[in-house]
Design a protein around this ligand. Structure first.
Ligand code: FO1
Length: 308
């Protein structure tokens, strides 16, 4: 079974962890969103790639949903003294990842090469690819102008009325090497239950990736991150509304309609099945709230059974 999974951050991590327990080494290629990437203290931070690698390496701090467990923030404390921005909390252990990534990038290695090395060094059993080696940055337009994604998500705590979302750099970006081939050769493509606007959206904005989703013979299956009319976590609902999409599993089906084959929806949304079918995707009703390890594995198993 060759799976390709399009992944954002926290919403994807739980499902990837569940899938990892059921798949043999190397069965999955995870494509990570880099629209959230940011430069912090002169270091290149790739939050969603790190969340994927930390999760699959068994190192993620599960309470925060990002960064490493057993973390400390002593360096952050020292940076206050120097007047450095400290609203984006870089932990002492996490810093090693950013220092290493930044050095390798500065020596001319591509983000794909760096991510492959970090994943291997972190004990990840599957391939992890950035969506592109070229920079794509999600930006959010609020009442006071444009914000970088982390300024919106962390500094402003998403308490901003969103008027528009853009993916700066996307037109000039190309899919990471091997990405289109992986989608073409896959037995199935999964779109993780991540934010459709700010986690999956940037991936789809890279020219060539939507075409690959259209062209693959593999079934393309998404799990709705919206249950009962609201996002399971994060600002997905508000961002979908800002994009004019209904904040529901149907809105997800409509947003992904051109290339989506199957949509996994929660029991709570079973009544939406007929309208999802009318939107062109086959609805599969399941228990999608991953409240623990058992639920993660149960959903992962249900997905693999649906694809069998
Ligand atoms: N999220 C927060 O809410 N506050 C933080 O201070 C923060 C720091 C941080 C550092 C490294 C990293 O990889 C992720 C971090 N995140 C933080 C989460 C990050 O904003 C999100 O994981 C993604 O950008 C959205 O999925």
């Amino acid at each position: 079974m060759r799976l390709v999974a399009l992944a954002g951050g926290t919403g994807a991590a739980k499902l990837l962890r569940g899938l990892d327990t059921l798949l043999e080494r190397g069965a999955m290629t995870v494509v990570g969103n880099t629209g959230d990437d940011a430069e912090v203290w002169g270091l290149h931070v790739s939050p969603d790639l790190d969340t994927v690698c930390y999760t699959l390496g068994g190192l993620l701090d599960e309470e925060r949903g990002w960064g490493l467990r057993d973390e400390s923030f002593r360096t952050l404390g020292e940076m206050v003294r120097f007047g450095e921005p400290t609203w984006f909390n870089l932990g002492d252990r996490d810093l090693a990842t950013h220092l290493h990534r930044t050095r390798l990038l500065a020596e001319g290695r591509s983000l794909s090469e760096v991510t492959a090395k970090l994943a291997a060094d972190l004990g990840v059993r599957h391939a992890v690819l950035p969506m592109s080696d070229q920079p794509v940055r999600t930006r959010v337009l609020g009442p006071d102008g444009w914000l970088g994604f982390q300024e919106y998500f962390v500094r402003e705590k998403t308490q901003v009325e969103v008027r528009a979302v853009e993916y700066a750099g996307a037109p000039e970006a190309r899919p990471a090497p091997g990405l289109v081939e992986a989608i073409g050769a896959a037995d199935a493509v999964l779109v993780c239950p991540s934010n459709p606007v700010t986690s999956v959206g940037p991936i789809l904005a890279v020219p060539g990736i939507v075409e690959a989703l259209h062209g693959t013979r593999a079934p393309v299956l998404a799990i709705s991150p919206i249950v009962g009319g609201r996002a399971v976590s994060g600002p997905a609902g508000r961002l979908m509304a800002a994009r004019g999409l209904p904040v529901s599993a149907l809105g997800i089906a409509q947003g992904y309609a051109p290339w989506l084959d199957i949509l996994i929806i929660d029991d709570e949304d079973a009544a939406l099945a007929p309208s999802i079918e009318a939107a062109g995707a086959r609805p599969v009703v399941a228990s999608t709230l991953m409240t623990g390890r058992v639920e993660e594995m149960r959903l992962a198993r249900r997905i693999l059974e649906t694809l069998a």
